[in-house]
Design a protein around this ligand. Structure first.
Ligand code: AHR
Length: 498
């Protein structure tokens, strides 16, 4: 008999909310993410609002990006915010030492970023400079952003064109402090966190959700020291970064498009390891914070390949294939399943850098396969997680194997259920038999499919629409038992209504 997957849908147990912030993004002053990708300047012939390109804004609005992290990344710990406010002609030019040593004009600064967030309709998440900035500098940035009291700092903001405080809700205290953010020990960082965070004040109506610079992937020691050494009331959450490098070798990461099944398999295997990382980090957090007050914030994740041939290696410009979309969909399923602890995640990065949702070339814009995953999955934002019991055949490659099917489900505020299914097996369609334990009476109300002929396929400036969602209805219903025929290498999102 053909192997099939079975899913028991516990629709009566939908208690936990999937925070919309799991569907967040990250934009750094790196390569062409900000400059070209988001900011083209007021005099550009590319349609823009005060310098911010409108095609990108519209695309991000359509997928309801809920939060944007900025200005880095490594850039955050050498960024001095005062360089990026006031008359653009007077702003100092600095060197972006992390990303190619290029000149940073500071044309895109605090006001421009917050205007971008306003246009997109997302909340800002700013990462402050611990590595090379002072406590006073960070403290004054928070005042500039969030205070409506009369002070020299807030008067300066008003003179720069912003009367009332923006009330930025999310605040990162440094970035990768174990690495580019200062190469610190966790004990030293924990002490610095306590000091810096003490002076990031909560102004009236603007309580800050402060996020500590957490571990590199599976580094449990870093996490444990932070949990022991920082009073929990001082943090809203702890961040975690994990990138999927196809070969596992940072010197030869693997091509974004030119790969065989060996690298397809290893990319999925390394990416799905996110589940193990979260299980282990959460087990540690549960020991120190059993009430789950602290959030785990996966504020950098995604596939990191070699750059596109002929592009600046420091700009991290890579194409984006169906493989990357399958991994994004599987990863978002993992985050949904961990929503009791994972309350924010930020894909790295938004435009033209790493696993972007958007690529630009002059006035042209391409929406990547990963973009379409975020489009399909937006139905889970702030919906209630429906627990699933899943049994799946394996996707076998050589003498190794992975679970072929992964899934997550939620019920939204209108009572509709959405089930997102991924089949990572590139060769075999797999029937998925679903049963509902809570209630019957669900009716099929539509489906969307994302797939392509090859896992290497991508959307290019010549063929921007090769990979797009299409409607899907290969669903058979017999009483309370449904069978969904999942095509090979595909993502399907189903809508069910009563
Ligand atoms: O996203 C690119 C870089 O990866 C970020 O700047 C840094 O935080 C991480 O190492």
């Amino acid at each position: 008999a053909q192997p099939q997957a079975t899913v028991l849908v516990n629709d009566a147990q939908a208690h936990q909310t999937i925070s919309r912030y799991i569907y967040g993004m990250f934009s750094e002053h790196l390569g062409r993410d900000i400059y070209d990708g988001i900011w083209v300047g007021k005099n550009s012939s590319i349609p823009n609002k005060d310098g911010i390109r409108l095609d990108v804004v519209e695309a991000l609005k359509r997928i309801h990006v809920p939060v944007m992290r900025w200005p880095g990344g490594c850039f955050a710990d050498e960024y001095h915010w005062k360089d990026g406010v006031g008359d653009p002609a007077q702003r100092p030019k600095t060197i972006n030492t992390n990303w190619g040593g290029v000149t940073e004009t500071n044309a895109f600064g605090t006001h421009e970023f917050l205007e971008f967030c306003r246009l997109v309709g997302c909340d800002p998440y700013i990462a402050g400079n611990v590595g090379s900035g002072t406590v006073q500098e960070m403290s004054e940035w928070v005042e500039y952003l969030n205070s409506n009291q009369e002070s020299s700092i807030t008067e300066w903001r008003k003179r720069n064109g912003q009367d009332s405080a923006w009330k930025v809700p999310f605040w990162g205290v440094g970035n990768e402090s174990w690495g580019c953010g200062g190469n610190m020990t966790p004990e030293y960082y924990a002490d610095l966190y306590r000091r810096y965070a003490s002076f990031c004040k909560n102004y009236p109506g603007a309580p800050l959700k402060k996020i500590a610079s957490g571990p590199n992937g599976h580094d449990l020691h870093w996490m444990e020291v932070l949990l022991q050494d920082i009073p929990h009331w001082m943090m809203w959450g702890i961040s975690l970064h994990y990138y999927t490098v196809p070969t596992g070798n940072w010197s030869h990461k693997g091509s974004a498009t030119d790969f065989g099944e060996d690298q397809y398999f290893s990319t999925l295997k390394r990416g799905l390891y996110m589940d193990q990382i979260l299980n282990d980090q959460e087990a540690l957090m549960n020991r120190y914070d059993p009430q789950k007050r602290l959030a785990l914030v996966v504020d950098e994740w995604g596939v990191w390949t070699d750059v596109e041939p002929g592009t600046n290696p420091a700009f991290l410009y890579q194409q984006n294939s169906l493989r990357d979309a399958l991994l994004a969909a599987a990863t978002l399923n993992i985050f949904n399943q961990h929503c009791d602890r994972v309350r924010m995640a930020n894909l790295a990065q938004t435009v033209n850098v790493l696993q972007s949702v958007i690529l630009t070339h002059g006035p042209q814009m391409v929406l990547t396969p990963t973009y379409w995953v975020f489009d399909l999955y937006q139905v889970h934002q702030d919906a209630r997680l429906v627990p699933l019991q899943l049994q799946t055949p394996s996707y076998v490659f050589g003498d190794d194997s992975l679970p072929a099917i992964n899934a997550s489900a939620s019920v939204d505020s209108t009572g509709a259920m959405h089930i997102s299914l991924v089949n990572i097996d590139p060769h075999h369609a797999i029937p998925v038999k679903m049963e509902f334990s809570g209630s019957d009476g669900w009716k099929f109300a539509g489906g969307q499919l994302l797939t392509s002929a090859r896992v290497n396929d991508c959307n290019t400036f010549e063929r921007p629409d090769l990979i797009r969602p299409t409607s899907f209805s290969d669903v058979r219903q017999s009483g309370n038992v449904w069978t969904v025929q999942m095509p090979a290498k595909s993502v399907v999102v189903l809508t069910l209504k009563k």
